[in-house]
Structures are given as C-alpha cells and as structure tokens.
Design a protein around this ligand. Structure first.
Ligand SMILES: [Zn+2]
Length: 191
C-alpha cells in the first residue's frame, strides 16, 4: 500500500493561523500510519519520509505525477493520501474523505472512502463532513483504489493545535488503519 503525505519541501500546503504547515502534519500522520500498518503485517511505501519535494524540478503537476507514478509502477494495492483542509472562515472544522469517479477502481475507492471516513468519525469524533467525489489528480490517475483524506482544518485554531499533537496524530493513524482493516473485512456493498 502507498501512503502519501501531501505536499513537502517548497510546497508547504495550507498554513494555519499560528504559522504551522500542513506538510508537517501530513508527514507525521503518514509516518504513524506506516508504523501501525507495518505492525499489522502490511507492506507500506511512502511518497516521502521527510520534508522534501519528491521531484527535482518542482512544479505542482510534476509533484502530483510523481506520486501517481510511484503508486502505479509499484502496483500497490491501495493509495491513501493524507492532507489537512483549509477554509477562509476559521470556525469551519471537521473531516472529509474524497474519491474520484474517474479512477478505474471507483467502486472500491468509494468503499474504502466510506470505511475510512466512518472509522475516523467513530474514533476521532470530528465533525462528519462526509465522503465526497471530486476530480483530484492523484485519485483520477492511479490504477488502484485511491482516497484522499482531509483529516481536519488547519485553518481552525482548535484543529490546528490538535494536528500538531503527537497523540492526536497517532490516534488519527489508528483510525485510518481501522478504516483500511474494515475495507478488507467487509465486502463492497451492492450499488
Ligand atoms: Zn493538502
């Protein structure tokens, strides 16, 4: 499986009101998720394991394509991208999970998105902003079931502080792990 901490290096991702960077939160959660997945016996690839750009000649498209290539070239079974959400109104908070109907495994992607979103809301108890379909580059161009998780809003001061907390980061990783576990345990519902 491939775990993709969004952004990195010159691309900070969203920046919180206290000048924290999304790229750092994504990496911490991804490292914790890799740890829990490996303890359960999974083979895990990361797109990055430190604060770097994953391409030499950084551009947004090169960066996203490199993430897609890593997943497709290694035939990973799942693609899980970790992000923080951000919005102009600081009171907005909560968690959403995206899938892309263009993905060739979109039914499986939806099942994975539902499994992870439900486990996340059960365990972390953030506001449920639901599973959403959107044309996102890394989800539409990967060949395997793929989701992108917006764990919490870095633009919300309370969630910004939580995202920095190592205990919260570990709990988020555990919740995502439970969602992945349920994905494999439960058959895909009939549509
Ligand atoms: Zn992001």
């Amino acid at each position: 499986m491939l775990v993709d901490p969004g952004h990195g290096g010159p691309d900070s991702g969203a920046i919180g009101p206290n000048q924290t960077y999304e790229k750092d939160n994504n990496l911490a959660i991804a490292l914790a998720l890799k740890d829990v997945l490996e303890k359960a016996g999974a083979k895990v690839l990361l797109t990055r394991d430190k604060d770097v750009s994953i391409v030499n000649d950084y551009s947004e498209l090169n960066d996203l394509q490199a993430r897609v290539d890593l997943a497709n070239n290694n035939n990973v079974d799942l693609f899980v991208s970790i992000h923080n959400d951000s919005f102009g109104k600081p009171e907005v908070h909560g968690t959403s999970t995206f899938y892309d109907s263009r993905n060739p495994k979109s039914n499986e992607s939806l099942h994975l998105a539902n499994s992870v979103q439900n486990a996340f809301i059960d365990i972390i108890e953030t506001q449920n902003r639901e599973v959403k379909q959107a044309p996102l580059y890394v989800l539409g161009n990967t060949n395997m079931p793929a989701i992108l998780l917006e764990t919490a809003f870095i633009s919300n001061p309370y969630e910004e502080a939580r995202l920095q907390n190592p205990t919260f980061q570990k709990n988020v990783a555990a919740a995502i792990f439970h969602g992945i576990f349920n994905y494999y345990k439960n058959p895909i519902p009939e549509s």
